[in-house]
Write a protein that binds this ligand. Sequence first.
Ligand code: KIV
Length: 263
Amino acid sequence: MIKISDLRKDKKKNKLVMLTCYDFTFASLFEKEKENIDMILVGDSLANVIKGEDSTVKTTLEDIIYHTKAVRKGAPSIFTVADMPFMSYQISVEEAVRNAGRLISEAGANAVKLEGGRDFSEHVKAITRAGIPVMGHLGLTHQWINVFGSYNVRGKSSDESDKIREDAKILQECGAFSIVLECVPEKLASNISQDLEIPTIGIGAGKEVDGQVLVLQDMLGMNDNKFKFLRKYSQIGEITRNAIKEYSKDVKEKSFPSKKESF
Ligand code: KIV
């Protein structure tokens, strides 16, 4: 399992590989590929991927605890980051520490991730002080969808780009061990990665970052998502549909179950 203490010194050596995961079955497959994956994220994207909601603000702390527990059972030796969902840390520093603590002690995560920059510097400091590693998340921060009103690329204007760059430095000073950069121009992500001693992990942030993260179901081709940054590494959606068709045909034609498949 990766060690937080090695991340700074290894920053320039190896790119970090991170994927989201929400359940035991997939986590068990990750565990078999543990040489090929550094970190799992139990993301608040589970609102979209697992619950069929239209926004990550619909993920609750109980959802993340439930799914992180399942993931840890399947992948006990992969460093697992649990997302702090909407309203689990925004209200107060005290609530942020308490809820981050539940993600570690009840759910079994190794670290937590939270969205936001300078506005949450006290939260990041306090959670880290309590012994919980914090991953930051800047750029497109889905939990603010109702304020921004769009999922567009962030940091295109120089004002916004400067703010994101400063926020990254602030998060590092506050103790964050790594930062996700989502949907920002490649140049900005590259500058931030050079500014920082801690690793950056990109999603839609180009290749000049220290690692990459994708949503598992997106990269497996299990849905119709077509983001510019997304590469599909499989067509599991199509494979599943074909399996359903074949099974249905076999049942209707009475070729399943066969004698060998019966008692
Ligand atoms: O919840 C999530 O899946 C995330 C990734 C997009 C980084 O935060």
